[in-house]
Ligand binder design. Sequence first.
Ligand SMILES: [Ca+2]
Length: 369
Amino acid sequence: MPCVIRRLLLALMALPLSALCAGAEDFSDYQVHTLASQLHYPWAVAELPDGSLLVTEKSGQLRRILDGKVSAPISGVPEVYYNSQGGLMDVVLHPQYTATGWLYLTYAHGTDDNNQLRLMRARLVDDRLVEQQVLFRAQPMKDTPVHYGGRLAFMDDNTLVLSSGDGFDYREQAQNPASHLGKLIRLNDDGSIPADNPHIEGGAEGVYSLGHRNPQGLAWDPFKKLLFANEHGPDGGDEINLIRSGSNYGWPVITHGKDYSGANISPFSEYPGMLQPVVDWTPSIAPSAMVVYRGAMFPELEGNLLSTTLKSKEVRRVVLDGIKLQSQQTLLSELDVRLRDIAVAADGGLYLLTDEASGRLLKVVRMRE
Ligand SMILES: [Ca+2]
């Protein structure tokens, strides 16, 4: 039965619309505009209060985009270790940016033999970064240029969650609480450790959850007060997890994926004390970023999880029933391009970044009559 008819019937029966239709309406009547192009592997976008946009390029530039004009690189960005998946990664604004002026950047630092994920904050003054402070250095150092994680999300209490990948060759470290590899890290906005972080026996500073592989998307839902993370599995086993303080998400003890050789990584897909994903994507879609959609422009997407993907070249829409998977839908696959980031604009539109050597910043808006 078409949703609109169900709506009418349900309205007549005075049932809540959420009973059948919430979030399940088709996403249509949209347009995609190109706001900027020739961005070199852009990784993250953040909207400033004046409507201009900050974009990171993996090779180390932070640029500001206004009215289609792309600025020269903003000065004061730290030198990054640019190789393979390493480079300049996320940029997010402090939740009270207008008052505090802080913006936060993640990046790979070091050399081929000795590198790590770092988090810094700084203030932006006349297209210069000033008052730079390095707030976090993932330990121990590693010698692979991959699996950094590197995504940031603020929660309501001004604490900041940072995803730290397993470094690929170090997957067992995801279960070692003393290592930052394969963890989510929670910090105060000044980099100090929140007093209410979980107590994990032998845990490294800031560890909030364990057992992650390469978490690429983090999304805080201010309505439901829930934190979601997506991550890359190996061959199969990509996941969305609902993040609970101090919990273990299983990698590499439990997974639905296999090694790229086809070998089993683990005989287990469940284990006592390890949480199951909300969504398992086998085969892999390679999720990159994720948002919980809360905005005015697309009411049909309200509360949905939207993940950009690299391998399957789409925005994967996940509709939840409470905290359980209800349905999924592929959006924007007609773009036919690897997508690296997604962000919700102040007006409720969607920003997307394409993952290309000559990458684009796109904005998805409602079609006007
Ligand atoms: Ca898992």
